[in-house]
Design a protein around this ligand. Structure first.
Ligand code: CUK
Ligand code: CUA
Ligand code: CA
Length: 649
């Protein structure tokens, strides 16, 4: 029996177990197509009989024995990946091309690892009710994008959306932590986000100053329970959030809804695909029109309208609301918005790295629509009489096109949800084909993926520095790709080498459901702090000699420091009913030396990183001895690193 010699593998794995795994795969591949087949029901287009069933064995998939770019143990990845976390409401950080998950950044939901939603500092960011408890404890993050400068990521910020509670969170990329969360008013189903890539008004500002936010669901403009039966009162808005202050700068009243968002490299345009131009409030009504739209926003004109006071407000809100409806924007000379027609219920809009095109995927139509931005600007300038002439290609790609990535060599990569494929196609060839040149072959390659892909992105894809090296595909179904773990399957993230003409699948990794969008960028675009700066914490306990219990009536402040392997207070006394604020500063000034602080029976656990200060506020409502212990392994004497909280009856 041959043992696996690789240090990376479990040495107990031997032949019989491998055989069992193979048997499992053989049994399950036969039924793997079922979910895919069910999902095709009721969708437009018919399936090419020669194409494999959605979940069928991947006949065309090529794999490398030793994949190019394989990261060995101890080696660092060359790219960062920022991933949305889905229901868990966090952002996940992956290394690329290994696909290893390095970190999770809690944003919208509590996380006891770092004490997110437990410490006063994180609660202030997340938002609390008057009684001090968290306003929300669920999240649903879909889209994550980073700040730009000169057409590339600048390593300052990233943003992530929360669909459930219309929140947008900002991540500082020096500490990889969430530092602000804004709840966008007057919207539900907040979905796509995209930062501007430079300023539309001031050409000297070559970096991100705004983040645009699209909302899917219509609600009564004043949502106070009075107009719920009148569909004509239901509206969806497009919102602009200030990148620095995170305040909502303005909103746009539109016809139809929003979904994903894209922005142009010149800062002038933002757009959102609209699948519900019908303004339907019921399933059937959202699919009654043959074509929907991609709505364009003229950012400089909207900013000017706001400056000139040409806006209204909703209820007692102070946020300017400009009129972006079709009726009010017929005249190109003054229009704030433009509605480009695209086929039925599109999904996804992506900006090509050459700055020329936005690509809207068809979802219910087997096509992608290529819109030339210069022509949209021509329409606003009165030089293009028919707006829909900005469509320079509408080409068939396959069934269920959703999202598109780019390699910087003129090729686009679109996920085909129903076909379980990625199609690589050449944008200029598609334009030639659309203009009547039947010899133009725009489809370059197809790759079966496992299974039903949603989002896709390539290294540096939506920057001017798309490098065409790696592609990641977020597959919504993993079916037979992993050992079964009960009814809930992981999702399957796949890594594809796109450096050659043919796409080559190099790795799978399971992911906890359900991530959506992600970006991948070069590691040197980010500079992280490995140790906090104590001066950034106004409440820091700078020296262990400042420790102690400070009482004012029943308001008690406990000040403490940590320094491996001790807490400065071996014990501290409280009285039943005390309102306690405990402040802990980690004096250790060494990279990777984090301590935890867990209080038995008091529902408190958080960490302090090197030179970081965190605080918790709680009521001493149970008498007795409660050990406070370090919950983060830090030292050989980590188990002895404790403090004793004694609450007198
Ligand atoms: S949506 Cu998830 S597959 Cu929320 Cu970006 Cu398209
Ligand atoms: Cu300090 Cu473990
Ligand atoms: Ca529709």
């Amino acid at each position: 029996m041959k043992k696996d010699q690789s240090p990376n593998h479990n040495l107990d794995t031997d032949a019989p177990q491998d055989a069992g795994r193979r048997k499992f795969l053989t049994q399950t591949t036969a039924v793997a197509g079922l979910a895919g087949a069910g999902l095709t029901l009721g969708l437009a287009g018919c399936k090419d009989e020669s194409a494999p069933a959605a979940g069928a064995p991947a006949a065309k998939t090529e794999t490398h024995a030793a994949p190019a770019g394989h990261i060995k143990p101890g080696e660092l990845d060359t790219y960062y990946g920022l991933w949305s976390g889905g229901h868990t409401g966090d952002m996940r950080i992956l290394g690329f091309p290994s696909g290893r998950e390095i970190h999770r950044i809690p944003c919208f939901t509590p996380d006891p690892l770092v004490g997110w939603g437990i410490t006063n500092e994180s609660k202030a960011i997340m938002g609390t009710k008057p009684d001090g408890s968290l306003k929300y404890t669920v999240g649903d993050s879909h889209h994550t994008h980073a700040s730009y400068k000169d057409g590339n990521y600048d390593g300052r910020y990233a943003w992530i959306n929360d669909k459930i509670n219309a929140r947008i969170a900002r991540i500082r990329l020096d500490t990889f932590t969430c530092d602000k969360i804004t709840e966008i008013p007057h919207v539900q189903g907040f979905h796509g986000i995209f930062p501007d890539k430079r300023d539309a008004v001031d050409p000297a500002i070559n970096y991100t100053t705004r983040v645009f936010c699209g909302s899917e669901f219509h609600i009564p403009l004043v949502n106070d329970g009075k107009n719920m039966g009148d569909d004509s009162q239901y509206r969806a808005l497009f919102s602009c959030v200030d990148a620095e202050t995170m305040d909502v700068r303005w909103q746009v009243l539109i016809d139809g809804n929003c979904d994903l968002v894209a922005t142009s490299f010149d800062g002038k345009l933002a757009a959102s695909n609209q699948y519900n131009t019908e303004n339907g409030q019921r399933f059937e009504n959202m699919m009654s029109a043959e074509r929907d739209a991609c709505i364009f926003f003229n950012i400089a004109r909207i900013e000017q309208a706001v400056k000139d006071g040409k806006f209204t407000t909703i209820g007692d809100s102070k946020i300017p609301l400009v009129d972006g409806t079709r009726e009010a924007n017929k005249n190109p000379a003054t229009a704030l918005t433009a509605y480009v027609s695209v086929p039925k219920n599109p999904h996804g809009v992506n900006a090509s790295p050459d700055g020329k095109y936005f690509i809207c995927a068809g979802k219910l139509s087997p096509t992608a629509t290529v819109i030339e931005l210069a022509k949209v600007l021509d329409w606003f300038d009165g030089k293009l009489p028919e707006l829909d002439k900005s469509i320079v290609a509408e080409v068939e790609l396959g069934l269920g096109p959703l999202h598109t990535a780019f390699d910087g060599r003129g090729n686009a990569y679109t996920t085909l949800f129903l076909d379980s494929q990625v199609v690589k196609w050449n944008v200029e060839a598609a334009i030639k084909f659309h203009s009547g040149d039947n010899t133009a072959k725009y489809v370059v390659d197809r790759l079966d993926v496992q299974y039903q892909p949603g989002h896709i992105n390539a290294s540096q894809s939506e920057t001017m520095f798309a490098d065409g090296k790696w592609l990641a595909v977020g597959c919504k179904f993993s079916k037979d790709r992993y050992l079964p773990v009960g009814p809930l399957h992981p999702e399957n993230e796949q890594i594809v080498d796109i450096s050659g003409d043919k796409m080559v699948l190099v790795a799978d990794h399971p992911v906890r459901p359900e991530p959506h969008d992600f970006i991948i960028f070069k590691r040197d675009l980010v500079r992280t702090k490995q140790v906090y700066n104590m001066a950034d914490f106004p409440n820091a306990v700078k020296n262990s000699s400042e420790s102690g219990v400070f009482r004012e009536g029943n308001k008690v402040t406990v000040k403490m420091t940590s320094q491996a392997p001790i807490f400065s207070l071996r014990d501290f006394n409280l009285k039943l009913g005390d309102e306690v604020t405990l402040i802990l500063t980690n004096l250790d000034n060494i990279e990777d030396l984090t301590h935890g602080f867990a209080i038995e029976k008091y529902n408190i656990n958080f960490i302090v990183n090197p030179q970081e200060t965190a605080s918790v506020t709680f009521k001493a409502d149970k008498p007795g001895v409660f050990w406070c212990y370090c919950s983060h392994f830090c030292h050989a004497l980590h188990l002895e690193m404790r403090s004793r909280m004694m609450v007198e009856a």
